[in-house]
Design a protein around this ligand. Structure first.
Ligand SMILES: Nc1ncnc2c1ncn2[C@@H]1O[C@H](COP(=O)(O)OP(=O)(O)OP(=O)(O)O)[C@@H](O)[C@H]1O
Ligand SMILES: [Mg+2]
Length: 606
């Protein structure tokens, strides 16, 4: 509940609209409570035969006395006119009251609609921003699809349940309160008795709705699994088809779907219980009340007409109580969604700027790894152990090593995707942890092992920011990365869409495009994580030429598999199981006849 109110507190930003909404609902409540009792005395007079006798009040001070005065005036008027005119007046009055009631009801919704829409909008925006700010390690633990589900389905659930209930929470207590005051005014004893009965029923309803939250939580989680599987399957359609695994994936999907469906059936059955249950309990209370009240009337403790008025007031309480208990059920259901959203919003961002993080606009001297060790979260084995490494400005360093030896991890540490477990990394004199992250990333350009492209034009994929670069700069990097040739192909231009994740391009073309993207920013430090595969030999030669072009006089760290790139490096680092086992120039390392030599032999064999 605390979370729910905290969520609702966000409406503070829209104070004006909320106040208008509240005022309109108060007016709606007033017209709802007042409409019928106001008309009853008029009916009373109207259908009485002969002349209507109403005495004027002695003085007109209280509301009741004004009311009496109104009745008196109306009786006076009726006695002078035709009764049909009286009916007409009453009809007009009923029409007017209902018009006002519904007008204010609509206005209340009118004012609150943008507030609701904004709460939903802000929640989605907050979630997305948070996801963009979270460190990469968070995403290796969570399913992407589940996160998408939180952003879509859970937020929608929030809208259906919590926000719908929000109105009930404002309006219905007002009507109940109004009626209760009227009841208290008629009979304190009976009111206390009714309150006791209401308390018992709310306990019963509360008990039933308690499990609803847990069930909703399960259902939302299963929905997350569904989206995750859907997302993965759509992404991996090619593999699914070639392995003939359609049926396997379909049955996995169907299993999760069934679990989700069963959970939904159970939740909806329980939720639908709210309305009939509260109606039945309401009637039970009425019966008990009738019995109890009748006894009081028979023993002449209260009068019959007072008891009738009391019963009437109590009827006014039933409908809003029903709505309130439905709201209570819904809130419990919505809380599950809120919790799932909050879970993401509350994840601490571990990799963030220190309080007094320094600015760093340019890189002058060296990159230094000092005794760096690293292990992934929740894993005991170190992926990198005691790495000591110095890369001078302008130097190209090639990192080689077997698959899984920690090459990608090493460059990820330099971009501060993760923080080192021990030791430190320095850029010039500054510890990486003390530099503003945006500055670190500005200094670096990175081509990741898998080319990451977006469903957009070639231009947008290279620019990848709001900034518009001039044509000649774009063509320059396209030339450098040997991409101009395929961008200039028949039917293709800078504005052509490259399909989902670049699917309209070949593997090598995708790599060259990511290279162009990294080069466009002219980064001082270039990090290239070459892919081992996905290249035909023609593209291989082209990439090779592109590399030579690019690496000249640039500080670069290249995770290389191509001997040509490695040979030209100023320094070669050989990683084995997270440790640097050899380092030096190509010729020296060959002479050592160790790990590097093995690696080169393997390369030349291929
Ligand atoms: N997010 C992660 N969580 C846990 N362990 C990871 C994670 N990423 C990588 N690893 C592990 O860390 C080790 C080093 O991985 P890394 O990606 O750095 O290897 P690599 O040298 O780049 O290999 P490759 O040449 O195949 O790309 C591997 O054993 C891998 O299983
Ligand atoms: Mg790698």
């Amino acid at each position: 509940m605390k979370q729910f109110f905290k969520f609702l507190l966000q409406i503070r930003q829209y104070k004006g609209l909320v106040i208008l909404h509240f005022v309109c609902y108060v007016l709606t409540a007033i017209f709802t409570v007042a409409s019928i009792p106001a008309i009853i005395p008029l009916f009373e007079m109207l259908f009485r035969n002969g002349e209507v006798k109403v005495l004027p009040p002695e003085k007109t001070e209280s509301l009741g006395e004004y009311f009496q005065y109104g009745k008196f005036k109306f009786a006076e008027w009726l006695n002078l006119h035709d009764r049909a005119d009286g009916v007409l007046i009453i009809c007009i009055a009923i029409g007017a009251i209902f018009l006002l009631k519904n007008l204010f009801k609509y206005l209340a919704v009118y004012f609150i609609t943008p507030v609701r829409a904004n709460l939903i909008r802000n929640t989605r925006q907050k979630l997305f921003s948070k996801m963009m700010d979270l460190p990469l390690s968070f995403f290796s633990e969570e399913k992407k699809g589940d996160l998408i589900a939180r952003m879509t389905a859970d937020v929608a659930e929030l809208e259906f349940t919590l926000l719908n209930s929000m109105e009930s929470l404002v309006k219905d207590p007002l009507i109940i309160l109004g009626s209760l005051i009227f009841m208290l005014y008629t009979s304190i004893e009976l009111t206390l008795f009714v309150m006791l009965l209401l308390l018992i029923t709310s306990l019963i309803i509360g008990g039933i709705s308690r499990t609803l939250r847990k069930k909703s939580m399960n259902a939302q989680r299963e929905f997350g699994d569904l989206i995750a599987l859907m997302e993965e399957s759509l992404g991996g359609l090619r593999v699914i088809k070639v392995f003939g695994s359609e049926n396997y994936v379909k049955s996995r999907f169907s299993r999760i779907l069934n679990k989700y469906k069963d959970e939904l059936v159970s939740i909806n059955r329980r939720r639908e219980l709210a309305s009939p249950l509260s109606e039945f309990l309401g009637i039970v209370i009425v019966c008990i009340l009738l019995w109890f009240g009748a006894k009081l009337v028979f023993s002449q403790q209260i009068d019959a007409s007072t008891f009738l008025a009391f019963l009437y007031a109590f009827f006014n309480v039933i409908e809003p109580s029903k709505a309130l208990s439905a709201a209570y059920f819904n809130i419990h259901k919505g809380m599950a969604a809120l919790e799932r959203i909050d879970h993401v919003l509350k994840v601490p961002i571990e990799i963030t700027d220190q309080e007094r993080a320094e600015q760093m606009d340019s890189f002058e001297e060296e990159i230094r790894f000092e005794n760096v060790s690293f292990s992934y979260p929740n894993q005991s084995d170190s992926v990198l152990k005691n790495i000591n490494l110095r890369i001078a400005k302008g130097e190209t360093v090639a990192i080689v090593g077997a698959s899984g030896s920690g090459k990608s991890t090493l460059v990820d540490l330099l971009a501060r995707f993760h923080d080192v477990s021990s030791g430190a990394i320095y850029l010039d004199k500054h510890n990486l942890k003390n530099i503003q992250i945006k500055d670190i990333r500005k200094l670096m350009g990175m081509v990741t092992q898998e080319p990451i492209l977006f469903n957009d034009s070639i231009r947008k994929n290279i620019e990848f920011s709001d900034k518009n670069y001039p044509q000649d700069e774009l063509w320059k990097v396209l030339d450098l990365s040997y991409s101009s040739e395929f961008v200039n192909q028949e039917g293709r231009s800078l504005e052509s869409n490259i399909g989902d994740r670049g699917s309209k391009l070949s593997g090598g073309q995708r790599q060259r495009l990511t290279l162009a993207r990294a080069l466009l920013r002219n980064p001082q430090i270039l990090i290239l994580d070459e892919a081992t595969s996905a290249l035909d030999s023609a593209s291989e030669t082209i990439i090779q030429a592109a590399m030579e072009n690019i690496l000249k006089n640039r500080t670069a760290i290249v995770i290389a598999h191509r001997l040509s790139t490695i040979k030209n490096a100023d320094q070669i680092i050989v990683l084995k199981e997270g440790e640097i086992v050899e380092r030096g120039k190509h010729e020296d390392l060959i002479k050592m006849n160790g790990e590097y030599c093995n690696f080169v032999e393997l390369q030349t064999l291929i």
